[in-house]
Ligand binder design. Structure first.
Ligand code: MN
Ligand code: MN
Length: 459
């Protein structure tokens, strides 16, 4: 019988210590990284400290070389060169570093009812009611035509001010209560409260706020049109539970897999197969644009690898792809004790029970699914079983009640074998997502094992 067993049981003390230490450094990473730009920067910093070089500064690639490619400061690709020919395929793991949030609109600041506010446009699949009446921080960049780039980070330091989106008091919420939950908060009412003191002469609160922005950051109102400012929860990542077994934080989809992958590509003992790590942007809105995985930028990176090994003959890239194997490192849905009815228990994950494999994603009759071949699933579970890594094989939820996708299909379309493999999350896409430290560590071990693997999938 295939019995599910909690990972925390029968754990020896040294392992427990390792899991908690890994959890601590993960929490530190989450504290410093709340946007794809901040994640890219941190990832490149850590890669550089561990011997990875900018691929554009390397002319030839040899066995053991480590390189990264910085895609516009918003996504990163990295590789460690193995001894086998790259034409025999590579081992790829791909996570994403963007998370659901609110973006400031290009013309954000306005005044209404004697208060200054900022307009937002939400990014990714959020439940809008979860984003009102919580402390919010502002992260991002404002770029001027003279190329000056002003970095904004307001609301993380305890001395900083924060922002919030107001909501109706219950006393007057009669009409709001009658609405469906998905319609209770209008997208155009997700307006950030940013000030209340009027200008002495003109009585304008907006003018006073613009004056502060000008004095503090040297920006004018027009400069917002060339900015990317993300509004994210100002909560700190924290240990969760009396046993400290879990992590509560914003942005764990998908920075939990991104962190496990970063540690894996740094620490894996790559010998035969070339290892590739993808830290993608724009997954939450369909992977579009030149920092998303639908673009040709990943091909561009792979061409650079082939060029620098003098192997870039016609059709070389197609050959690499058709021989490659990939884990799409994205989160899954952990069973929520309060809402178990959306999960089919035989095919769902419990947090703390190990890394999750999703044979397929998609929705309603596997529409839009990237469905891993049985032969490849066997190959991957074989790798995990050889190292006693706990895994659980799941679906996102019950049939016909929803669904979702990852970057898996995009890489599968290029011809490689792909399966989704990540950490189960509770309260996914909320301002405060929950994971188990055991699953985070299992994902790390699973990614190391996969990167170190070198056998062929037998069909
Ligand atoms: Mn995700
Ligand atoms: Mn997501």
């Amino acid at each position: 019988m295939n019995k599910k067993e909690c990972g925390w049981k029968n754990l020896d003390e040294s392992k427990r210590v390792e899991i908690f230490a890994f959890g601590d450094s993960y929490i530190q990473f989450l504290k410093e990284v709340k946007t794809e730009r901040e994640a890219s920067k941190k990832i490149i910093e850590k890669l550089s400290q561990n011997g990875f070089k900018d691929i554009d500064e390397v002319s030839m690639l040899n066995v053991g070389d480590k390189v990264y490619f910085n895609n516009r400061g918003k996504s990163v690709f990295a590789a460690v060169i193995g001894s086998n020919s790259i034409l025999d395929g590579v081992n790829i793991i791909g996570a994403h570093i963007d998370s659901p949030r609110l973006d400031l609109k290009p013309n954000p600041i306005y005044e209404d009812a004697k208060l200054a506010l900022a307009k937002t446009h939400y990014y990714g699949g959020i439940k809008k009611y979860q984003w009102t009446t919580i402390p919010l921080a502002m992260h991002g960049v404002i770029v001027k035509p003279n190329k000056e780039k002003i970095e904004i980070n307001i609301g993380e330091d305890l001395q900083d001010p924060i922002f919030t989106i107001t909501d109706i008091l219950p006393h007057l919420a009669q009409r709001q209560y009658e609405k469906k939950i998905g319609e209770a908060i209008d997208g155009e009412s997700l307006n950030l409260l940013v000030g209340s003191i009027p200008n002495e002469e003109t009585d304008s609160v907006k003018e006073n706020i613009l004056k502060i922005l000008n004095e503090k950051y040297g920006i004018d109102e027009i400069d917002f049109c060339s900015s990317e400012i993300e509004i994210v929860p100002a909560f700190q990542p924290r240990d969760l539970g009396l046993d400290r077994s879990m992590v509560a934080s914003y942005g764990q989809d998908d920075r939990v897999c991104a962190y496990a992958l970063l540690e894996a590509i740094i620490n894996a003992k790559v010998e035969k197969m070339t290892s590739v790590a993808i830290f993608a942007d724009k997954e939450e809105i369909g992977s579009y644009g030149n920092t998303g995985m639908q673009s040709d930028m990943f091909d561009c990176f792979m061409h650079k690898l082939l060029d620098k090994m003098s192997l870039n003959v016609p059709s070389a890239l197609a050959k690499v792809y058709s021989n490659s194997k990939m884990l799409s490192a994205d989160v899954g849905a952990g069973i929520d004790p309060n809402y178990q009815d959306v999960s089919e228990v035989n095919n769902s994950s419990y947090i703390g029970y190990g890394v999750e494999l999703n044979k397929y994603t998609g929705s309603r009759g596997k529409s839009g699914a990237s469905d891993a071949n049985a032969e490849f699933v066997a190959y991957v579970r074989g790798i995990f079983e050889n190292r006693n890594i706990k895994y659980q094989v799941s679906e996102l939820g019950k049939v016909d009640i929803g669904g979702g996708g990852t970057i898996a299909y995009i890489l599968a379309n290029k011809g490689m074998d792909v399966i989704d493999c990540g950490v189960p999350v509770i309260s996914m896409h909320s301002p405060y997502e929950v994971i188990s430290k055991y699953d985070l560590y299992s994902a790390y071990l699973a990614y190391v094992a996969f990167l170190e693997s070198y056998e062929k999938v037998t069909y």
